[in-house]
Structures are given as structure tokens and as C-alpha cells.
Design a protein around this ligand. Structure first.
Ligand SMILES: Cc1cc2nc3c(=O)[nH]c(=O)nc-3n(C[C@H](O)[C@H](O)[C@H](O)COP(=O)(O)O)c2cc1C
Length: 372
């Protein structure tokens, strides 16, 4: 396999045709919440942050972006349900496009990973269940998040949430994004329906695997009908048990979804490696994404705990078409260039992941030339 690649080109740096999008390399920027969108409105500093990480033909997925006023669970995460938010995204998207990169918006509803403080009129967060969450350490490893007991969505309320995703997708396209990624991972609302640890419903959104996947597939149907499947991807983490959202048969869940997404001809499936027990905690694990990679017909993106060597191997062995990098991309605005020349990487500082400062830990990670 290795010999098929140009002599001085590593697998990650080879071009790839993702549907109608011509990518010049396979190093994707993973979605990264940064909590610098004051009052849920994207800010001008995000234009610099994303454009620093944009390359010609590179693929960037935005931080998780709320689909409605009930979708939030963290301070200062962006939304895409108001006119003001759509307008605020436009210059950010333009800055990324000016560098020639492809930019998708990750659309998100946190469900029960919230508390009344973040909800309209101080109401209870909504979920698939009324089971609450114990306080949790956030993925910066420092902050502790506290959650309110959620209110279980009534069956007849579900179409409204599906519709919120549809409108958010439409708004993302209006803001100029090239497409959307539906956030079905990490214990948030869609995952709260998927996983049998979280979903204790007795209606046709709970119980069997088919029922637990219904909510995600209704969203997929609504979003693809609205904007076209050629610009829609979905992120899934069947093996993770973050936010008390684990499943008793994650492989069956992953395979069922990979096959179901084929029916919608989804552009890509973005899966988090089973070794990621939480969002950022890597551990030894006997499972692999290969069965899902084989089952899914579109572009397959793998994420979670990758470095240069590991990512090259995944592409060379055809275990993934693209590899998404989270923390390394956060800390290395010129990550593709560094991988190309095998340069050392800046170390990420998790204490500044979610700082609200518009510069520190955000746009001040140095480029290679600034170091030399
Ligand atoms: C600061 C931070 C914010 C994150 N925000 C999101 C997010 O908004 N959406 C998402 O799907 N994953 C999010 N993740 C998970 C990353 O996309 C990625 O899956 C994870 O960091 C593991 O990949 P890595 O080892 O390359 O960092 C976040 C991770 C970190 C460290």
C-alpha cells in the first residue's frame, strides 16, 4: 500500500475526494467547544482562530453549535437558531473560505447535559429520560459540571426537536457553511436516545435498537431533505460512556447506524475510536471501528487519540478515509504542515481549553516559523 503513495507524501497528506468536495489532505480539524461565543453569539475572534487552522483543501468541523434555546448546557457556546447568530457566523465562514478550506457546522443539542441556568425561563432540561446525571469533571480535567434533573420529552414533542435540527441546518447553509455534521456523540441528546443506559422510554423511541435509533434517523431524514445528503455528516461514539451514556452492545449500535445512514446516502460518518472511554481519556481496548468502516458506504472519518504515525497507519491500512484531530489541532494551527515535515508539536494546555479569553489559549499558539 505504502508504495502507492508519492515518495515524499505521507498517507495523511494525500488528496481525497469527499463527495463533491476535493480535499487536498486527510487531516481534519475535529469539532472543539471553546466557550468564547459570548451569550451564544459567535465572535470576531473565532474568524482568526478558524482561519489560522484553515488550509487550501483542508476540512474543518466547527465547535458544537446549539440548534435552539433549549440546546445549551455550557457558558458561551455558539448557537445557530437566531438571525443574529447566523449573521455572526458569516464573517467566520468567509475567513475560512478565504483560505480555501471546507467548513461544516456541527449542530448540537445537549439534552440533559445542562441545568436550569442555561434553559429558557429556568425550565428543566429535556431528554429521552427523566434520569439525572451526577456531577462530572469536564474534559479539561479541571472544572466540575452540575446538572438539573431533566424532563422526559413527550412523544408528541419530538417532532419539534427534529424540526429544530432541520432549521439549524438551513441556517448553517444560510451562514455560508459548506455542510453540517449532526452531533450524535458523547452523551448529548441524540446519544441519550441511542444508548440503553440512558434511554428508558416505553414509546417507539425506546426499547429495541431500531426504536432507540429512530430519533437520530428522523433528524437525518429532516436535515438531508432540507439541505441535501451530499453535505451532511454524522458524528457517533457508540463505544463511549461519557455522561452516563453507555450501551450494552455498542458494536450492534454502530453497525445499525452505519447501515441506516447508507440509506440516506450520507456524505460521511465520523466515528470516535472505542479506545476513547470519555471524550479525551484514551485506554487499551480490544474493539475497533473496522466493521463500521466496512459497513458504511460514504466517507469514513475516525477520531480519538490519533498522532501522526497512528493517523498515517489508519489511512494506509484503509481503516479510515480521513482522520480528525482534536487537541493537536487546537494547539497547532499549522498541524498539516507540521505532519508534512514531521516537525515537533506544540503541547496543548487544557487549563485554557474553555477560558473565555479571546486570545489566550485560543489564537496565541505559535506557528512553526514563529518558533524558529
Ligand atoms: C476542548 C475540547 C472540546 C471538544 N468539543 C467537542 C465538540 O464540540 N464536539 C464534539 O463532537 N467533540 C468535542 N470534543 C472531542 C474532540 O472532537 C475529539 O473527539 C477528542 O478531543 C479526541 O480526539 P483527540 O485525541 O484528537 O483530541 C472536544 C474535545 C476537547 C479537548
Amino acid at each position: 500500500m505504502e508504495n502507492n503513495f508519492l515518495k515524499d507524501q505521507i498517507p495523511l497528506l494525500t488528496p481525497y475526494q469527499m463527495g463533491k468536495f476535493q480535499l487536498s489532505h486527510r487531516i481534519v480539524m475535529a469539532p472543539l467547544t471553546r466557550q468564547r461565543s459570548y451569550n451564544n453569539v459567535p465572535q470576531p475572534h473565532a474568524a482568526l482562530y478558524y482561519s489560522q487552522r484553515a488550509t487550501k483543501g483542508g476540512f474543518i468541523i466547527s465547535e458544537a453549535t446549539g440548534v435552539s434555546d433549549t440546546a445549551q448546557g455550557y457558558p458561551d457556546t455558539p448557537g445557530i437558531w437566531t438571525k443574529e447568530q447566523i449573521e455572526a457566523w458569516k464573517p467566520i465562514v468567509d475567513a475560512v473560505h478565504a483560505k480555501g478550506a471546507i467548513f461544516f457546522c456541527q449542530i448540537w443539542h445537549v439534552g440533559r447535559v445542562s441545568n436550569t441556568e442555561f434553559q429558557p425561563n429556568g425550565q428543566d432540561p429535556i431528554s429521552s429520560t427523566d434520569k439525572g446525571l451526577a456531577p462530572q469533571v469536564r474534559s479539561n480535567g479541571i472544572d466540575v459540571a452540575r446538572f438539573s434533573t431533566p424532563r422526559r420529552l413527550r412523544t408528541d414533542e419530538i417532532p419539534q426537536i427534529v424540526n429544530d435540527f432541520k432549521l439549524a441546518a438551513r441556517n448553517a447553509i444560510e451562514a455560508g457553511f459548506d455542510g453540517v455534521e449532526i452531533h450524535g456523540a458523547h452523551g448529548y441528546l441524540i446519544d441519550q436516545f441511542f444508548k440503553d443506559q440512558g434511554n428508558d422510554r416505553t414509546d417507539h423511541y425506546g426499547g429495541s435498537l431500531e426504536n432507540r435509533c429512530r430519533f437520530a434517523l428522523e433528524i437525518t431524514e429532516a436535515v438531508t431533505t432540507e439541505v441535501g445528503a451530499y453535505r451532511v455528516g454524522m458524528r457517533l461514539s457508540p463505544f463511549a460512556n461519557f455522561m452516563e451514556c453507555g450501551d450494552s452492545n455498542p458494536k450492534a449500535l454502530g453497525l445499525y447506524m452505519a447501515e441506516a445512514l447508507n440509506k440516506y446516502e450520507l456524505l460521511y460518518c465520523h466515528m470516535v475510536e472505542p479506545r476513547m472511554r470519555t471524550v479525551v481519556e484514551k485506554s487499551d481496548c480490544p474493539h475497533s471501528l473496522v466493521p463500521m468502516r466496512k459497513a458504511f458506504k460514504g466517507t469514513f472519518i475516525a477520531a480519538g487519540g490519533y498522532d501522526r504515525e497512528d493517523g498515517n497507519k489508519a489511512v494506509a491500512e484503509n481503516r479510515a478515509d480521513l482522520v480528525a484531530y482534536g487537541r493537536h489541532f487546537l494547539a497547532n494551527p499549522d498541524l498539516p504542515r507540521r505532519f508534512e515535515i514531521n516537525a515537533p508539536l506544540n503541547k496543548y494546555n487544557r487549563e485554557t481549553f474553555y477560558l473565555s479569553d479571546p486570545v489566550v489559549g485560543y489564537t496565541d499558539y505559535p506557528f512553526l516559523e514563529e518558533i524558529s
